[in-house]
Design a protein around this ligand. Structure first.
Ligand code: MF3
Ligand code: CO
Ligand code: CO
Length: 255
């Protein structure tokens, strides 16, 4: 069992870890260019986290994951393993960063455009971002988790997109993945009622086509079954008395 309600001193430590994770995404932005391999991005993030931040990249060796970040390109949904694949003009890539600082985790991901993306690629990135924002709007005391899942699903489906069901947001703290599961689909009024001190991620994976996914033979990379584009954005948040604090965002940053 993990603790569902964190104390203010614990949230303060998660804020530090969260800001570090956000800072890695900020650092890597200029390097996400046509011709770069995803393992070069991994190496840069790894070195930055370890050498500059004096933190730990949580994915490395997590349940056997071989790299320090996840890079998921185009129809890859999540958990892409960095490798020698070079990004090319028009690709979209999710970079997912989780750092551990002083024992506490911060987990965030965003979409990057490589060169000039197609209209369809821009659209799936925008809609999945809107899904995250709609979920965040509801993240306050008294909300049921099902309210959040419903809002996300409704927006995705209203735009003829679909929500991946097999992977979800999660409680986070001293462990990478804690209770509760934060589903990105659901029914209003159902599920856990949010209270101040809860810390969890919201990280909707939204497909341009059907919701079904398959696991590649590397046992990590998740792709859309119909090869449609997929996009994901993730923040770690803490519920406060009046709403929530995004722990993986610097004050003033808009994404
Ligand atoms: N960062 C992912 C998440 O949002 C989990 C990655 S697990 C790994 O929950 F092992 F692939 F790194
Ligand atoms: Co996560
Ligand atoms: Co993540």
């Amino acid at each position: 069992m993990t603790n569902l309600i964190k104390a203010p001193e614990e949230i303060a430590k998660m804020r530090i870890a969260g800001h570090l994770a956000a800072d890695v995404l900020r650092m890597i932005r200029p390097y996400v260019l046509p011709g770069v391999s995803t393992e070069e991005l991994d190496q840069r993030c790894h070195d930055y986290i370890v050498t500059v931040q004096h933190a730990i990249p949580a994915p490395l060796n997590y349940r056997g994951f071989p790299k320090s970040i996840c890079t998921s390109v185009n129809h890859q949904v999540c958990h892409g393993i960095p490798g020698n694949r070079k990004l090319k003009d028009g690709d979209i890539v999710n970079i997912d960063i989780t750092v551990i600082k002083d024992g506490w985790h911060g987990d965030t991901s965003k979409m990057f455009f490589v060169g000039e993306p197609s209209i369809a690629a821009r659209r799936i990135c925008r809609i999945s971002h809107e899904c995250l924002m709609l979920g965040l709007d509801l993240a306050k005391p008294g909300t049921h988790l099902g309210d959040i899942g419903h809002a996300i699903q409704r927006h995705a489906e209203a735009n003829n997109c679909s929500v991946v069901r097999e992977y979800c947001g999660h409680g986070i703290g001293l462990q990478f993945h804690e209770e509760p599961q934060v589903l990105h689909f659901g029914t209003p009024g159902i599920g856990l009622v949010l209270q101040p001190g809860m810390a969890f991620t919201i990280e909707p994976m939204v497909n341009a086509g059907k919701r079904h996914v398959k696991l590649l033979s590397d046992q990590w990379t998740v792709v859309t079954k119909d090869h449609s584009l997929s996009a994901q954005w993730e923040h770690t948040i803490a519920i406060t008395g009046g709403g929530h604090e995004i722990l993986t965002q610097f004050p003033g940053d808009d994404i």
